[in-house]
Design a protein around this ligand. Structure first.
Ligand code: RBV
Length: 430
């Protein structure tokens, strides 16, 4: 691979590279033991080398599970260049362990400023990717805006998250998306597990560990009742919190109500909440009018992809003082003495807090299993997909589920020929 002249890989940025690599490798090994889907796909890819000659450019959360996906793609013959998709979610030791691999270059580094964040994306693009894998669409955007000459040689891309798919669909509707991209997020094997259980468990675990506070007896306000909001609400209720849901979509509001949660506007929720978790993917969900009504000591956190849901500029303007209350917790003091505590700078809490580990390994095995088979599909059949957003073919998602069930030792039934015929016919009545 060509070395980037613009931005150095992580190995050139760390003091103790050897020590970092060792620790990163240890984290990856632990995760891989719990990733039966990637383990099975690695065996297949090692034998068949489906990615020989491909260059895969990735922008994802660079931690142990993602690193295992990267190595599985490299085991299939790909050259991979990767950087982060959030300035705070990278584990430098894991990034260094990846960068030690002959066919992998990692530019991801935790805590980079905006300039370096985008310089690292450029460095990945300098490798002339033939396939892109994004979490949030930053790579697709940079290629379309600044490197359109690369598009002809790109067979396709994969997108990990709801926000990225949303952005891609907007781009597609504008006629501005010029290569095919799989909406990995939208598959059942991803969305029903990662978004619900992954976001729910890891957000709550990270908030609890960062603050050392209990859920029991708290009122938890969950903004947005999509897949992520459902997970956060369910897990918070499971920890004996009272759950309040805010929504803008009537059927989701009704669903939350029927599930037994209190549904109310944010203007009312602001007054009763102890902990706020935003999961909407939209901007300005918690704003000045809400800060003014909040109780002393509230915790404010965001589980959406971007740090736009809690209006921190407005909060800064209101604050008479700001200080680090704990590692990963910044207290904003109001002129009436109330303290509003922001976790992980309002960035996605389960990955960006100092102790954050991202989603549990098992769910990421599923999401990344879908990523791996989607990349295989692009390489094998990419020319049959037009430019635009595509669903991952259902049989690929099913394949990933079957690998997981087999690894878990779970057996399940088959339809009989008569049942197949019955399900396919409109002529059967009473
Ligand atoms: N996510 N990645 C991790 N690597 O630990 N945890 C969560 C990890 C992904 C998840 O799939 C979600 O769609 C996305 O992060 C949001 O940026």
């Amino acid at each position: 691979m060509t070395d980037s002249e613009t931005y150095p890989p992580i190995s050139a940025q760390l003091d103790d590279v050897e020590g970092a690599r060792e620790e990163g490798r240890r984290k990856m090994d632990w995760a891989f033991q719990h990733m039966p889907i990637l383990t099975a796909l690695r065996e297949e890819f090692e034998a068949e080398k489906p990615f020989e000659g491909q260059r895969i450019g990735m922008a994802m959360h660079v931690e142990a599970k993602t690193a295992n996906l990267v190595e599985v793609l490299a085991a299939g013959g790909a050259e991979v260049a990767i950087t982060g998709c959030n300035p705070l979610s990278t584990h430098d030791d894991v990034s260094a362990a990846l960068d030690a691999h002959d066919n992998i270059t990692s530019y991801a580094k935790r805590g980079v400023e905006d300039d370096d964040y985008y310089a690292a994306i450029e460095a990945v693009i300098d490798h002339d990717p033939t396939v892109t894998v994004d979490d949030g669409m930053d790579m697709v955007a940079a290629i379309h805006e600044d490197h359109p000459e690369l598009i002809d040689s790109i067979v396709g891309g994969c997108e990990e998250t709801t926000t990225g798919v949303h952005r891609l669909r907007a781009m597609d509707e504008d006629g501005a998306l010029n290569y095919p991209v799989f909406a990995v997020n939208d598959t059942p094997m991803k969305r029903l597990f990662d978004n619900v259980h992954g976001t729910g468990e890891s957000s709550l675990a990270t908030i609890a560990m960062t603050t050392n506070l209990s859920w029991a007896g708290k009122t938890v306000v969950v903004a947005g009742y999509g897949y992520c909001g459902k997970g956060v609400a369910k897990k918070a209720a499971g920890q004996n919190a009272d759950v309040v849901v805010t929504e803008v979509e009537p059927r989701r509001a009704l669903e939350a109500h029927m599930e037994g949660y209190d549904v109310m506007p944010m203007s009312e929720a602001a007054e009763v909440g102890d902990v706020f978790v935003t999961t909407t993917g939209n901007r300005d969900v918690i704003t000045e009018e809400h800060f003014e009504r909040m109780q002393d000591g509230v915790l404010l956190s965001n589980a959406g992809h971007f740090d736009i849901e809690v209006d921190l500029d407005a909060l800064s303007d209101l604050a008479v003082d700001r200080y680090e209350a704990r590692d990963g917790v910044e207290a904003y003091e109001m002129d009436d003495g109330r303290r509003l505590n922001v976790i992980a700078e309002g960035r996605l809490v389960n990955l960006a807090a100092p102790i954050a580990l991202g989603h549990p390994v098992e769910v990421m095995d599923q999401s990344f299993g879908v990523q791996a088979v989607a990349v295989r599909e692009l390489v094998e059949n990419g020319e049959s997909y037009d430019a635009g957003v595509h669903d991952v073919p259902d049989e690929l998602d099913t394949e990933v589920a079957e690998i997981k069930l087999e690894a878990e030792g779970v057996e399940f039934d088959d339809l009989t020929a008569e049942q197949e015929e019955y399900m396919g016919s409109w002529q059967h009545g009473t």
